[in-house]
Design a protein around this ligand. Structure first.
Ligand code: AMP
Ligand code: ZN
Length: 467
């Protein structure tokens, strides 16, 4: 069966093939690094990991770019509150994000690119859009005139033709009902970081960051662009408008969007405070594999409700598979090979692969594995499973784990806080002292001491060591 994906742009499930050769050119909107990511964010990145692995298993080579958004409204706000430059501030969370991805066994994209390292390219793109007549300036900021791009709305399937011309929006995130001309280049405000470009002294808007970095590395037309469903509007709609206005060519062939992780029916989010980080869950004794399994157990386009019971069930499922593997490796089976069991293995592999080809239906793929495990366990009990059937079963487990990657246990990750977390808390304590919040500063010192981390205030700054 052919590999196929649901494409948000066409609202159809379509057969997938890359445009050029065997190489899939793919872009993922990466994190905005202003805090630790929560497992809702990580659901989006885990979906991309499954996508990567399935594409590779089908023989494609990947050229996958993920950006790190390291200049943006929330970053500027929070870095200022922490009395840090945006570079110092985002470095901590970029490192933490990459650590979390590694803990969850997410394969690294071929290229990780930072927005702040491409500001000049962004300035040039804004200039070019101006030359082509898609922009206007107001109070020193440059805006994209959405009425000048007839395709506006084609991704989110909205008709924006009736909106008020000339109404503008400066913030990066807003609702569909609030569709307006969006900012490409923000004029510098007092105390904000800024770059000198021909389009003015200021900084890029969030949307132009992704268009520029995607096309710089992947060309004018990408095979796949992914992100969480909340990015469809305005972010991806704006990416299309800017990119296609620049090139006159289709920006992306396949748009894939992953659904949210929710808690009690509400989206997990920092602003609602209903979130868990991977670090929280590992500190509670859950393995990273259990979190990974839980996040991929539901197909990416379906909502997934997070519960601790679900997480425990994920751990139990992994145990079943590991016990099965152990039984295969160490069990004593009769001589020969049972053709019925061999057929059962071949059918299970086909069902597994077909499910993944069907828009990454991970739930069906897991079901194919567990039905096979149930049937062959029963065949082992009854003596029908023979030693000649062992290799096919192990082969299937290997194929399975190339995608799901949960069979090998992680080294126990309960050594307490990571260096990044400790340094982040020390930074927070310094900021608290500076703003004379001594109670908070003492609280942080006590929190670190409880985790076995001792602080020493010296003339050169704070030193720390583990007890
Ligand atoms: P951000 O760092 O806020 O730009 O988000 C990074 C990614 O996480 C984006 O692709 C979001 O769509 C995604 N995301 C945010 N919250 C959730 C959630 N509760 N469930 C799934 N994905 C989410
Ligand atoms: Zn993006």
């Amino acid at each position: 069966m052919a590999l196929r994906f649901y494409n948000t742009l066409t609202q159809q499930t379509e057969d997938f093939q890359p445009l050029h050769d065997n190489v899939v050119r793919m872009y993922t909107c990466g994190p905005t690094v202003y805090n630790y990511v929560h497992i809702g964010n990580l659901r989006a990145f885990t979906f991309q990991d499954i996508l990567r692995r399935v594409l590779r298993a089908r023989g494609y080579t990947l050229d996958h770019v993920m950006n790190i958004t390291d200049v943006e409204d929330k970053i500027i706000r929070d870095a200022a509150a922490a009395h840090k430059s945006i570079f110092e501030f985002t470095e901590v969370y970029t490192k933490a994000f990459l650590e979390d991805c590694a803990t969850l066994r997410l394969q690294r994209p071929e290229r990780l690119v930072k927005a702040t390292e491409h500001i000049h390219d962004m300035g040039l793109a804004v200039e070019k859009l101006t030359q082509k007549g898609f922009t206007y300036v107001s109070d020193g900021s440059v805006y994209f005139r959405i009425a000048s791009f007839p395709g506006y709305g084609k991704l989110s399937h909205n008709d924006f033709s009736g909106i008020r011309a000339g109404a503008r929006v400066d913030v990066d995130e807003y609702d569909k009902d609030d569709a307006r001309d969006f900012v490409l280049w923000k004029a510098q405000k007092e105390g904000e970081p800024a770059w000198d470009e021909p389009c003015g002294k200021g900084r890029p808007g969030w949307h132009i960051e992704c268009s520029v970095m995607a096309m710089k590395y992947l060309g004018e037309t990408l095979d796949i662009h992914t992100g969480g469903v909340d990015l469809t509007f305005p972010h991806h709609e704006n990416e299309i408008a800017q990119s296609e206005a620049l090139t006159g060519k289709p920006f992306v062939r396949f748009w894939l969007h992953s659904e949210h992780l929710s808690v009690d029916g509400q989206k997990m989010s920092k602003s609602l405070g209903n979130f868990y980080t991977l670090r929280d869950l590992v500190a509670k004794g859950f393995s990273p594999e259990s979190v990974r399994y839980l996040l991929v157990s539901v197909p990416y386009r379906k909502k997934l409700n997070f519960t601790f019971d679900g997480l425990k069930a994920a751990a139990t499922s992994i145990d079943r598979l590991r016990n099965y593997k152990l039984r295969l490796e160490t069990g004593k089976f009769g001589e020969g090979s049972n053709p019925a069991i061999a057929d059962r293995a071949a059918a299970a592999v086909t069902a597994f692969e077909d499910s993944l080809d069907d828009d990454l239906n991970t739930a069906e793929a897991l079901a194919a594995m567990f039905e096979y495990v149930r049937d062959t366990n029963a065949a082992m009990d009854s003596g029908e499973f023979l030693s000649g059937n062992r290799d096919a079963a192990l082969e299937f487990l290997t194929r399975f784990d190339c995608i799901f990657d949960v069979l090998t246990p992680s080294a126990r990750a309960n050594e307490g806080l990571s260096d990044t977390e400790i340094e982040s808390l020390i930074g927070e304590r310094a900021a608290a002292k500076k703003s004379r919040s001594f109670a908070r500063a003492d609280e942080i010192r006590a929190q670190l001491a409880a985790q076995g981390v001792i602080l020493e205030d010296t003339k050169e700054g704070v030193r720390w060591k583990r007890q």
